[in-house]
Design a protein around this ligand. Structure first.
Ligand code: N01
Length: 529
């Protein structure tokens, strides 16, 4: 069996960054990547219109000022191919590929208590032993697909948005059905509608979306960002979300309606995702949330011509932001085209798939393509795919059967020398993941250096610490409105998944302080031996 000091699983944003930092610190480190390419979600989500809804310059690594200066983003919100080129550029620029093994899907990891090592097995039968195992498996990387009667009968092509084929797909003259109206469905709808003969969007839940106000970056904007990167980074790390804006200071209802309208209008037109921060209490106070939700419903309504379609597109099942809102480029306007229709499958559910399309309780939709833009088994899905067995034969799946439990999102008791980036219990999907990932990786790198310097064989989360952390995660979310809706944040939309709020809602800035306190306190909450 091959041996390595540190094995990182996953060569997405987190895995690449961890490789760069740990190798730079002199560790013997290797990355195992399931795909034949790096990039994680940006490798797999190649659907038309895929782009990031965080601004390009904020969705970039901060570890090298040379890299910051030499890479020039072209748009405010970068498209998937541009992000993938960026990640490839980073890999080439820092010679990361030589330590990545591609086509290496980890299927299991077993902790050998006597040797204090992890034995990792891969799909091709190979094995690797490592002292420390770092899981960088992504938050939204285990796609989930629907389960409708007759799916196998459909004779057209079925595509999963998060496993988009690499070949060119020609939608010209085709009838395309899109199931799902989260970010993926909303991003692809207007783009596919430009070429397809007909697009039918199958909507179960109307969602809130704010226009992206996307545009090519001007020379002045690029200059401004590059000249002030350090300050910008500091600002994002000190913000609640890792995004480039701070929340408003006054409470929503303490402002008179005309003034509030102006603030909402400005945030709506410029901020994209940051609309949620126009006032600090939009996700905390039901009345504030109701006012913001109403504003957005009005705005959505203004974008749709047909009154019947408009009524169906207005979100009414939940408050703005309690499920992940989206940032779109022309989603609602697409319904004003002659070739886009909305199938409201909450009112008239899908009954079955047929050989030629989808039958709902209302009618038959003949289709050539069906696209599942139906989301992910978020946060725990990818972590629980390999069979990970810690002390006393306990698997991670068994340990987390009633929901994930961690210390600071970084590890869990009974699984020594196993560390997680971007996992449950950290800001993860509630943040700009570039920022939260870099915070965690820098912290882990310092931890590894300390373990090496002090000759520490094992690090393991203490059971008391993880209980306390989970209680804190639950307490923080209880101050918010997040649990008022089922979402991928709380597992409520996956059958059989425990309904537990998984990310840490206390904000990036606070989380950063907690990481520092943990480290300066001798890695409190972890047992070092
Ligand atoms: O997935 P989603 P997504 N029958 O879970 C519907 C990131 N992302 O891939 O609401 C019919 O948001 C489901 O309906 P409902 C980003 O974090 C980022 O779109 O459960 N419909 C919902 O409408 C994003 O939030 C970018 O009733 C079914 C949709 O499918 C996250 O990934 C771009 C169904 C799933 O929406 C996920 O986005 C894209 C069924 N059986 C994605 N099952 C960026 O820009 C589910 N649905 C960075």
């Amino acid at each position: 069996m091959d041996h390595v000091d540190i094995l990182i699983v996953g060569a997405g944003i987190a895995g690449l960054r961890a490789l760069y930092s740990l190798r730079g610190a002199g560790f013997d480190v290797r990355v195992a990547e399931a795909s034949d390419e790096l990039g994680g979600v940006w490798n797999h989500n190649r659907y038309p219109g895929a782009r990031c809804d965080v601004e390009s310059y904020d969705y970039s690594y901060s570890f090298s000022s040379e890299l910051e200066q030499e890479w020039t983003w072209t748009e405010r919100y970068p498209r998937q191919p541009e992000i993938l080129s960026y990640l490839n550029h980073v890999a080439d620029r820092f010679d990361l590929r030589k330590d990545i093994t591609f086509n290496a899907r980890a299927t299991s990891a077993d902790y050998d208590e006597e040797a204090a090592r992890w034995n990792v097995a891969f799909e091709d039968g190979s094995r690797l032993s490592c002292r420390r195992l770092i899981l960088c498996l992504g938050q939204l990387s285990a796609p989930k697909t629907p389960d409708y009667p007759g799916q196998e009968r459909f004779r057209g092509e079925t595509i999963v948005s998060a496993q988009w084929p690499r070949r060119e797909i020609d939608f010209r003259g085709k009838r395309v059905g899109i199931i799902g109206t989260g970010s993926s469905g909303m991003q692809m709808t207007p783009v596919i509608a430009e070429v397809a003969e007909r697009v039918t969007v199958f909507q179960r839940t109307a969602n809130y979306s704010v226009p992206a106000a996307n545009a090519p970056l001007t020379d002045e904007e690029i200059h401004e960002v590059k000249a002030n990167y350090a300050a910008r980074r500091e600002m994002t790390r000190n913000s609640p979300t890792g995004l480039g804006f701070q929340p408003g200071k006054v409470r929503t209802l303490d402002v008179d309606p005309q003034e509030r309208e102006k603030v909402f209008e400005a945030a709506y037109n410029r901020y994209g995702f940051g609309f949620a921060l126009a006032y600090p209490d939009i996700l905390l106070d039901p009345e504030a949330n109701a006012v913001a939700s109403e504003f957005l419903r009005r705005k959505i309504g203004e974008r749709v011509n047909d009154p019947e379609v408009r009524a169906k597109l207005l979100p009414v099942t939940h408050g703005f932001g309690t499920r992940r809102p989206t940032v779109d480029s022309g989603y609602y306007e697409a319904f004003n085209r002659g070739n886009v229709e909305l199938a409201d499958i909450r009112a008239t559910p899908i009954v079955e798939f047929t050989e030629t399309g989808i039958r709902t309780a209302e009618k038959d939709y003949p289709l050539d393509f069906i696209i599942y833009a139906t989301g992910f088994d978020a946060l725990t899905g990818a972590l629980l795919k390999p069979r990970i067995t810690g002390r006393h034969g306990l698997t991670l799946k068994e340990k987390w059967a009633r929901g994930p439990i961690t210390q600071l999102g970084l590890g869990t008791a009974g699984f020594p020398n196993l560390l997680i980036v971007g996992g449950p219990g950290s800001p993860t999907v509630l943040s700009n993941v570039m920022v939260s990932t870099e915070l965690q990786v820098d912290w882990l790198t310092d931890l590894m250096k300390t373990l090496r310097a002090e000759g520490i064989e094992e690090i393991e989360v203490s059971p008391e610490a993880e209980q306390a952390w989970n209680a804190h995660v639950a307490e923080r979310v209880s101050e918010t409105l997040y649990m008022t809706a089922d979402s991928f944040y709380n597992g409520g939309e996956v059958k059989g998944k425990p309904r537990v709020f998984m990310p840490y809602s206390g904000g990036v800035r606070h989380y950063r302080r907690l990481l520092e306190t943990c480290a300066t306190g001798g890695y409190s909450g972890f047992e070092l031996r």
